[in-house]
Design a protein around this ligand. Structure first.
Ligand SMILES: *Cc1c(COP(=O)(O)O)cnc(C)c1O
Length: 417
């Protein structure tokens, strides 16, 4: 499908969009807001808001502590709902904690399961929180961190990671889609390369879950984490997910020994015995109200089908790339994401030396995108509720903001040399 070349064509693309009806399933109080930040915080599904209200009134207010009899299964139930979107099987995914905490638990468990191996491999495109966590895990065990050099736009080729692998590497931990450029790492190829050298692989799926088809099972991936509040629309602070391949679950031990990960939590034994299965990677009381929202968010994507979501996502990002070339490149922008849609996740980064002030001015004019240091503006259409005409209008507004030069007077101005 060629991108729309006029606003009318964008409207026609919306009229022909098989996912168009999904927009009505979201609470959208201000229809004129051009929201291109669903990769930071997805819009709320109406079902999430309804269920939070219902669970608060019926389970919390009326059921009180008795409701734990059913609540206790919800982290697993949410994980099982998410599993098909990740190419995982029931019992391999659970909702718990934050992504950073899950990364810490699984990275620690992985390095402990590869004694004698002295290095962790990641790349310099990885999300800063992931880098901090991996550095901390390495420091605690006296390991080195080897950092693959990425291309800021195109991401990290498999060969660059493979070049860092040898039999001293116990763990490879990377993001599937880069948070800044949206460049995709080849999940299957990197997993295979790491396994060739006997290393475990831990993927962060935060920027691909819910927008890019993922097949952890087919790739033979060992471990994964990610958040539910981006393309999965799970709500602010919604619990993250973690995945541990079934045959690894009883071999790995995570470092935070909490009662929810105990084999018999209500026996209140003096000593810790890890639960069988994926439950051993949980720690403490789950956030129930956030968990219901996360589950509704996961269902919002599952109901549409990930292949349909991806097809529309590609069409939306192709429209952004086309408008970048036509309108924004002449104003000093360059593309900060792969041009090949097969290499790109759900958003498009555009780069400009004045990106921060332009983002501030764009938000003031009703286009919500976000700035990522040093010079990127991320435009993230979320296929379930972003229309083609929204992308058209957002790109036009961005063009007008830059052409008018108003942003140059912004107090937030911090140019990149
Ligand atoms: C958003 C994101 C996170 C979020 O981490 P939290 O600990 O859940 O706040 C982690 N990693 C990546 C790659 C992300 O994009």
């Amino acid at each position: 499908m060629t991108p729309a070349r006029s606003r009318d064509e964008a409207l026609r693309a919306d009229a022909a969009d098989p996912l168009a009806a999904h927009r009505d399933r979201f609470a959208i109080p201000d229809d004129s807001l051009l929201y291109l930040d669903g990769n930071s915080l997805g819009r709320p599904p109406r079902a999430a808001l309804e269920r939070i209200g219902r669970v608060a009134a019926e389970d919390w207010a009326a059921g009180l502590v008795r409701s734990w009899a059913k609540w206790i299964d919800w982290p697993r139930r949410g994980g099982d709902r998410l599993a098909p979107l990740l190419g995982a099987r029931p019992g391999e995914v659970v909702l718990a904690d934050q992504t950073s905490v899950n990364l810490y638990k699984l990275a620690s468990a992985a390095v402990a399961a590869r004694p004698g191996r002295t290095a962790i491999v990641t790349d310099d495109a990885n999300f800063p929180s992931d880098r901090y966590v991996l550095d901390g895990v390495a420091a605690a065990s006296g390991l080195d961190v080897r950092v693959a050099a990425s291309d800021p736009t195109e991401g990290t080729p498999t060969e660059v990671v493979a070049d860092l692998l040898d039999d001293r590497v116990g763990l490879v931990s990377l993001s599937h889609a880069a948070y800044r450029s949206a460049a995709l790492t080849d999940l299957a190829a990197v997993t295979a390369a790491a396994h060739d050298r006997g290393a475990l692989v831990l993927w962060d799926l935060s920027h691909s879950a819910g927008v890019v088809p993922i097949d952890l099972g087919d790739a033979g991936a060992d471990l994964a984490v990610g958040c539910t509040y981006k393309y999965l629309n799970g709500g602010p602070g919604a619990p993250a997910f973690l995945y541990v391949r079934a045959d690894l679950q009883d071999e790995l031990q995570q470092p935070i020994r909490g009662w929810f990960g105990h084999r018999d939590m209500f026996a209140f034994e003096p000593g810790y015995r890890p639960a069988a299965g994926v439950d051993r990677f949980t720690v403490g009381t789950p956030p129930i109200l956030s968990l219901v929202a996360a589950e509704a968010g996961i269902e919002s994507v599952a109901a549409a089908g990930i292949d349909a979501v991806r097809a529309k996502s590609v069409a939306l990002t192709e429209l952004i790339v086309d408008r970048h070339d036509a309108w924004l490149a002449p104003l000093g922008f360059t593309l900060g994401s792969p041009r090949d849609p097969a290499r790109r996740g759900g958003h498009v980064a555009i780069r400009h030396s004045d990106a921060e002030a332009i983002t501030t001015a764009a938000v003031a004019s009703g286009v919500v995108a976000d700035f990522r240091s040093p010079d990127s503006i991320r435009l993230a259409p979320s296929p379930l509720y972003t229309r083609f005409v929204d992308v058209w209008d957002a790109c036009a507004a961005l063009r007008d903001v830059v052409a008018a030069g108003e942003y140059r007077r912004s107090p937030a101005r911090r140019r990149v040399p």
